[in-house]
Design a protein around this ligand. Structure first.
Ligand code: F6P
Length: 556
């Protein structure tokens, strides 16, 4: 069912392909000496500063990328998303995570209905419920306040909330608001994760939030049953009503599980799992921990970027610029990976979250019309906070493969430490690295420089840095709830831009299904072997051998 033209068949794509040769002739060392060019590649918005002057790109490249955006109908696609059109065509759904953080007065339609009032109905319900739990007016069955929360969920029902929770844990206001409370997550089916999530917790003072869009995900449902048993065993089955609540789009299954639908917090099929952190998926657990007013600031930060993305011209539009540059790096310069390097320990769970958002969205082999792509879409995302990463994989980034890097820095530390007698604070120390690394990658170090430093001849090849390695830097004013929301939305929209240009559906995830159904066959076999002693059959030699080895062991 090939219909629309693939982007690689357009003139701007071919033009960019030809332009690669020009860019390969330049070196970032030279590009960086042009201050007019650098000035044109820096952008400020709502307290943020983006510097993309260390991309292997010129102003001409940017012009060509804007033409590519036009050929891909980027503006229309963004408008279709905000307009509630069913741009997730394989699931016949709108894609409206922007509505989750829209202010009350906004009007956003999906299927002819303004969804903003529904969003706020749930937000108000969360605000009320979280306040009652936090104040102790909603207590456990023994009358004790529920001071600890375990959020059970996986993938998009886990990674986003974990990222935001980890980041908020260092914000002074959030710290103040979460005194005496704990938020934990349970994602993996691994019994070790179950044990970790409840060790030291008392069921009497624990609230379990089961988070699952579908309420069918095998790992989540198993973990939810395990924690239901943990609560029932300690407090009796009637305790479930007070100690378990749910977040889901499937309220029928929530009720079937034994959770009162009045204690369920809804969201909608127009919210993709990996884009759901601003729905009850993230807002409920985070509000229980920090209070709704802190979480509302996070939503406002995301909303600020939503408006910017929707209305700013492309040359001043942060997510658009980032998305176009990603396409340039992946599809034209041939760099398939991207390192996400926040110089902030509070952002340690940012890269794991973006891995899902990016790779589950754009890891596709066919166009939105089902045509096999003659180019590769998607990129490989990974990352660690600096400076830890510098002592791990930066060697490869400096002298091995070329991996475009995102450096994310914060102007004002949430928790500065000044040691007596030290000239710089530890935040200055951290940020010295943030400022130095992009130049090290861009400029490198030449054999001539090494010779001038009297480096022995035989070490010169080893100590040479080729440079010309692209990066971009994003400087946030601080890392409060608002800024965390901004950061999230920038990456969400950047990933959408990439998908819009590549002409794929960034909002489905059929690629996760095959593994799930094979696991279900294995599960059936394990049960049959264990209960009825049936032999392992129906698998290839390798899997049969492995399964038999596993079944031989007495204790699992
Ligand atoms: O991994 C596949 C996936 O469907 C993700 O897209 C989703 O975020 C995750 O599983 C969890 O799904 P659910 O929220 O329905 O339990």
């Amino acid at each position: 069912m090939a219909s629309r033209t693939l982007i690689c068949e357009t003139e701007p794509w071919r033009d960019l392909k030809a332009h690669v040769e020009d860019i390969k002739k330049t070196h970032l060392r030279d590009l960086m000496s042009d201050s007019e060019r650098c000035k044109s590649m820096m952008l400020e918005f709502d307290g943020l500063l983006l510097d993309y002057s260390r991309q292997c790109a010129t102003q001409e490249t940017m012009e060509k990328l804007f033409r590519l955006a036009e050929a891909a109908h980027l503006k229309q696609k963004i408008n279709s998303m905000y307009g509630g059109e069913h741009i997730n065509s394989t699931e016949n759904r709108s894609v409206l995570h922007v509505a989750l953080r829209a202010s009350k007065d906004k009007v956003i339609y999906s299927d002819g209905k303004n969804v903003v009032p529904d969003v706020w109905k749930v937000l108000d319900k969360i605000s009320d419920f979280s306040e009652r739990v936090r104040s102790g007016s909603w207590a456990g069955v023994t009358g004790k306040p529920l001071k600890d929360v375990v959020a059970v969920g996986i993938g998009g029902s886990f990674l986003g909330p974990l990222f935001v929770h980890t980041a908020l844990q260092t914000d002074p206001e959030a710290i103040q608001c979460s005194k005496g409370r704990q938020l934990r997550f349970l994602a993996n089916a691994d019994p070790i994760d179950v044990a970790k999530s409840i060790t030291g917790l008392n069921p009497e003072t624990t609230l379990v939030v089961v988070v699952s869009k579908t309420f069918t995900t095998a790992e989540t449902m198993l973990n939810a049953r395990t924690l239901r048993e943990w609560i029932s065993a300690a407090l009796g089955p009637q305790a479930v009503a007070k100690h378990m609540v749910a977040v889901s789009t499937n309220l029928t299954l929530v009720e079937k599980f034994g959770i009162d639908p009045n204690n369920a917090f809804a969201f909608w099929d127009w919210v993709g799992g990996r884009y759901s952190v601003c729905s009850a998926v993230g807002v409920l657990p985070l509000s229980l921990q920090y209070g709704f007013s802190v979480v509302e600031k996070f939503l406002k930060g995301a909303s600020s970027i939503d408006q910017h993305f929707h209305s700013a011209p492309f040359e001043k539009n942060i997510p658009v610029l980032l998305g176009l540059l990603s396409v340039w790096n992946v599809s034209f310069l041939g760099y398939p990976a991207r390192a996400i390097l926040p110089y902030s320990q509070a952002l340690e769970k940012f890269a794991p979250h973006i891995q899902q958002v990016s790779m589950e969205s754009n890891g596709k082999g066919v166009s939105i019309d089902g045509v096999h792509l003659p180019y590769e879409a998607g990129e490989i995302d990974f990352g660690e906070p600096g400076t830890n990463g510098q002592h791990s994989f930066y060697q490869l980034i400096h002298q091995g493969r070329v991996i475009p890097c995102d450096f994310i820095g914060v102007v004002k530390s949430q928790q500065p430490v000044y040691l007596k007698g030290e000239l710089v604070s530890n935040h200055d120390e951290l940020m010295s690295n943030f400022f130095a690394q992009p130049d090290a990658l861009a400029y490198g170090k030449t054999p001539e420089q090494l010779l001038n430093e009297n480096v022995p001849q035989h070490l010169i090849p080893h100590k040479t840095f080729s440079g010309n390695r692209p990066s971009l830097s994003l400087l946030l004013p601080s890392l409060n709830a608002y800024n965390i929301g901004q950061l999230l939305a920038i990456y969400e929209h950047r990933i959408a831009v990439e998908g819009f240009i590549w002409g794929i559906n960034s909002f489905d995830q059929w690629g996760v299904e095959l593994g799930k159904s094979l696991a279900s066959q294995v599960r059936k076999q394990l049960n049959a072997s264990r209960i009825k002693g049936e032999p392992v059959e129906g698998f290839n030699f390798s899997t049969t051998k492995m399964l038999n080895k596993y079944l031989e062991a007495k204790s699992r």
